[in-house]
Ligand binder design. Structure first.
Ligand code: ARG
Length: 458
């Protein structure tokens, strides 16, 4: 036999570089705390059910508690020889309390152990992500509140479409984040399930108590099927998928932000604290943080694709392929949490150039729909009104005039129904204010959205 914890049936030693290839300790030590918690719950259950004697159990419990203290103090060192976090902890425990440590693994396998650790890891991070999203939502709502009557061009195809309230724009992102939060909350339902007690794949003949360990670890329920318990990584895929969608949302905002701070737009200005300069061009103020959040969405998508590809066609139950499930998730946590934090800080300190935004709605044809609606309200079939206004727009382009700058005579030549009150309707702030339809950009509707958001956030 070899020195490995599982070395009984082995005669040959693997080369160090093969061990290195198979080991996961370089990254799964991130779950050291979860691993010790899982073992504590397991041994307490072994004691509770009488599978282990109280004396043995108490020795193991004390040993694990010592390891937990030393881990928190940064005093534990792990080795590649011990392959992964599970065997490193067991081996450290053995070196401290001796052979009795070997009883800890009764009625357990690394397969349900690693699944338990990974569930705990994700379960503990989900509330952090949800909290950071809530913080951004609050920032969005307060910025929206200050900008209900800030008028900006609304775009489709990146072309001026119709004027909208900047507050309305901000609340659109609030709504996206609301769905993100709901997805992470549902993710928690699938994560909050204990695989512990599934053992290797088939359960165990020992009279274990899975509800007891689930309770100890704060899991809401236990897996109903031991094969599913050790094979399932849906909770991790959901986390990656939800993170990918969240990052996609942030990337869209960051893209617009990057455009809107540019010289051509100048709708917004970022605080110096969230921008960087150039090593050659002294005038530069680059929206690096926005670009980086946009860029980092790519790596999160990559992690989702990576795990989906790893899981594809994977036979039940545990396969070593599953060791590839962790790094992408760890990196996603390491990417998403700071991205959310930076995003919030950037948003909190953004300067809104209200005049510039409004001006952009006054030197264009984004009030063309208003004129068509004006005619439709006077009984002209909308399709006909659309054609009339289209011709006026063409004339305006040729004569360098916007609709509101045309004389009443010119307008009446196109449509005799037009009267002097049309100029009121053609103002961009009026166009926004009047859009009272439910969920529209009308000031009253934006205010109602903000009120509902505040209620939901309180
Ligand atoms: N390091 C392994 C992983 O991360 C732990 C489970 C190993 N189980 C096994 N039967 N080899 O997946």
């Amino acid at each position: 036999s070899t020195k490995k914890l599982w070395g009984g049936r082995f005669q040959e030693q693997a080369a160090a570089w093969v061990d290195q290839f198979g080991a996961s300790i370089s990254f799964d030590q991130l779950m050291a705390e979860e691993d010790i918690e899982g073992s504590l719950a397991h041994v307490k259950m072994l004691k509770h059910t009488g599978i282990l004697s109280a004396t043995d159990s108490d020795e193991i419990i004390a040993g694990l508690e010592g390891l937990r203290t030393d881990l928190a103090a940064g005093k534990l060192t792990f080795t590649v020889e011990n392959e992964d976090i599970h065997m490193n902890i067991e081996s450290l425990l053995t070196s401290r309390i001796g052979a009795v440590a070997g009883k800890l693994h009764t009625a357990r396998s690394r397969n349900d152990q690693v699944a338990t650790d990974f569930h705990l890891y994700v379960k503990n991070r989900l509330p952090q992500v949800i909290d950071e999203i809530t913080t951004i939502q609050k920032t969005l709502v307060s910025l929206a509140e200050q900008n209900v009557t800030t008028i900006m061009p609304g775009y489709t195809h990146l072309q001026h479409a119709q004027p909208i309230s900047y507050g309305h724009y901000l609340m659109a992102y609030y709504q996206m984040l609301k769905r993100d939060k709901e997805r992470f909350e549902f993710n928690q339902v699938h994560t909050d399930v204990s695989p512990l007690g599934a053992a290797a794949l088939a359960g165990t003949t020992f009279p274990i108590d899975r509800q007891f360990t689930a309770n100890e670890l704060g899991f809401a329920s236990v897996y109903a099927n031991s094969l599913d318990a050790v094979s399932d990584r849906d909770f991790a895929l959901e986390f990656l998928s939800n993170s990918a969608i969240l990052m996609m949302h942030l990337s869209r905002f960051c893209e617009e932000l990057s455009m809107w701070v540019s010289h051509e737009f100048q709708y917004l200005e970022l605080s110096d604290a969230y921008t960087t300069g150039s090593s050659i061009m002294p005038q530069k103020k680059n929206p690096d943080m926005a670009e980086l959040i946009r860029g980092k969405s790519g790596r999160v998508y990559g992690h989702l694709m990576g795990l989906l590809a790893t899981m594809k066609s994977l036979p039940l139950a545990y396969n070593k392929d599953l060791q590839e499930d962790k790094e992408g998730v760890f990196d996603t946590v390491k990417t998403v949490l700071p991205a959310l934090k930076v995003f919030n800080g950037m948003l909190q300190t953004v300067h809104v150039n209200k005049e510039r935004m409004q001006q952009a709605t006054e030197n264009d044809f984004s009030n063309a729909t208003e004129l068509a609606d004006y005619l439709a309200a006077k009984g002209v079939p909308f399709r006909e009104a659309h054609g009339i206004v289209g011709q006026l727009v063409l004339k305006g382009i040729q004569t360098h005039q916007n609709l509101q700058d045309m004389s009443l005579e010119t307008l009446q030549q196109a449509a005799p129904q037009i009267e002097a009150d049309v100029y009121h309707d053609l103002q961009s702030d009026v166009a926004v204010e009047r859009r009272h339809s439910e969920g529209g950009t009308g000031f009253d509707q934006v205010k109602a959205q903000i009120a509902a958001a505040k209620e939901a956030l309180s």
